[in-house]
Design a protein around this ligand. Structure first.
Ligand SMILES: Cc1ncc(COP(=O)(O)O)c(C=O)c1O
Length: 464
């Protein structure tokens, strides 16, 4: 196959996408006049334009042209029961009849808090807000207020939302710090002030030595180590055995707080990754599924730390927000959590294992080097072989795969599956084995279609 014939495959995928999404193209042409790129969330944008979704039910999504998709994205892992679960919708309707938010303490807020604290080992007390971004922002503020220290260690490629202090090495960096070989160069992402680098230190995920070097070097100055127990946006990279446990020991030894961002990983068990791994952090940030499909964030931890927010205390830390703990979100979240019991966790985690195994089997059958990382109901497609232990490992695979991830995503849409453009997949309780089998059919078909490109443009991905 010639170079131009290979590119014909991509043209064909895009043309078929455009042909099925004529109304979305119209929406995009109009939306672009008022929303940069016609979208309001960078992660949900893809070229040539995103399909404009109009309806969701269970594990199905429908776009403006009436195309049906099996939703393997679930609003970036947040819709644990898929779309419009009848019990969640009923809870929302019941609450709406009485009003959506009261600007006051309400009982459903402490019902939700009681439920969360009973599930998540690190939680004695929690506070609510409206996003995972706010949750990680306030979890860091709590750590500073409690410890009297300003510095944090974060992971290279760690994503915790979009407040300034955490906008450091969201995209992993190859370069090492001068004089500290092996430690990634801390770089602030565009738009955040460079001054945050005074207080933010960066280590590769799964590298305990790097954490110890920094804890030692800055002893007495580090408020905490913040991490996702599974690196999510950077490729669903799982911790090596005992990594989290050793981090617990290290932070205790050097007097720093251990902070888990369980915005995504809460779904791994009934009490998050911390319960699954038997490692209790000092503080935890949460979001996504605990709001039942509505905007939410929560953060909490040991009573001794969270007491900094108790307004009865002199000089209590001020934490407010017009929609904090809004009643509709609390009602939806509580109904959602009540449905997400051990049986539900076990069922979708088994589907997740089936999904990851099936993806790897399809790559193998096609003779392409690829794999799927993740845990529980989470999966990420990678275009590379070999171990993936940190964000750089993941990023290297993507940077060498050229346009393959983009066109795999588009072709999966052509075949009726909606996933993250970066190849992340999340199972909902609305799915069953047949849905996963259907995904395998679509995935194998898409790989087959893309194989000539691999042969011509990415031969390093061919299994000899
Ligand atoms: C691990 C993690 N933390 C924090 C956030 C930010 O949450 P939100 O988008 O609700 O601000 C996300 C969002 O994807 C996330 O994956």
């Amino acid at each position: 196959m010639s170079n131009s014939e290979v590119h014909e495959i991509f043209r064909d995928i895009e043309e078929r996408f455009k042909h099925r999404t004529l109304k979305s193209a119209e929406h995009n042409a109009r939306a672009k006049h008022r929303l940069p790129g016609g979208d309001t969330r960078t992660a949900t944008f893809y070229k040539p334009y995103p399909a404009y979704m109009v309806r969701g039910k269970g594990c199905y999504l429908y776009d403006a042209d009436g195309n049906e998709y099996i939703d393997m994205l679930n609003n970036y892992t947040s819709l644990i029961h898929g779309h419009a679960h009848p019990k969640v919708m009923q809870a929302v309707r019941d609450q709406l009849e009485s009003g959506s938010v009261f600007g006051s303490a309400t009982e459903i807020q402490y019902f939700h808090a009681e439920h969360l604290c009973a599930r998540v080992p690190s939680l004695d007390l929690v506070r609510y807000n409206n996003s995972g971004t706010e949750a990680t922002m306030f979890v860091m503020r709590a750590a500073r207020a409690f410890s009297g220290k300003d510095m944090f260690i974060k992971m290279d490629g760690g994503y915790h939302g979009s407040h300034d202090f955490i906008e450091v090495n969201v995209f992993p960096r190859q370069a090492s710090q001068p004089g500290a070989e092996g430690l990634p160069l801390p770089v602030v992402e565009a738009g955040a002030p460079k001054s945050v680098l005074n207080d933010m230190l960066v280590v590769p995920f799964n590298d305990l030595d790097a954490v110890e070097i920094l804890l030692k070097k800055y002893e007495g100055k580090i408020a905490g180590v913040i991490l996702e127990p599974i690196l999510g946006a950077s490729g669903m990279v799982t911790p090596q055995p005992d990594y989290l446990k050793s981090l617990r020991e290290l932070t205790d030894r050097y007097g720093a707080l251990l902070i888990f961002d369980e915005v995504i990983t809460f779904r791994i068990s009934t009490g998050g990754m911390q319960k699954d791994q038997g490692v209790t952090p000092d503080l935890t940030a949460m979001g996504k599924i605990i709001g039942g499909g509505f905007p939410v964030g929560a953060f909490g931890g040991r009573k001794g730390i969270m007491d900094v927010f108790d307004p009865n205390r002199p000089n209590a830390l001020f934490h407010s927000g017009t929609f904090n703990g809004s009643d509709v979100m609390m009602a939806a979240g509580l109904a959602t959590l009540e449905l997400y019991d051990q049986g539900a966790v076990d069922r979708i985690n088994a589907l997740g294992a089936k999904l990851r195994n099936g993806i790897e089997a399809a790559f193998k059958k096609e003779g392409i080097r690829g794999q799927s990382t993740g845990l529980g109901s989470l999966a990420q497609i990678h275009w590379r072989s070999g171990k993936i232990t940190n964000a750089m490992d993941s990023a290297e695979g993507f940077s060498r795969a050229g346009d393959l991830p983009r066109f795999l995503h588009l072709e999966l849409m052509n075949r009726g599956f909606y996933s993250a453009p970066r190849g992340m997949l999340a199972i909902s309780t609305a799915m069953d084995e047949q849905i996963i089998d259907k995904f395998f059919e679509a995935f194998a078909g898409a790989l087959d279609l893309l194989k000539p490109y691999v042969v011509e443009q990415a031969p390093h991905l061919l299994v000899p």
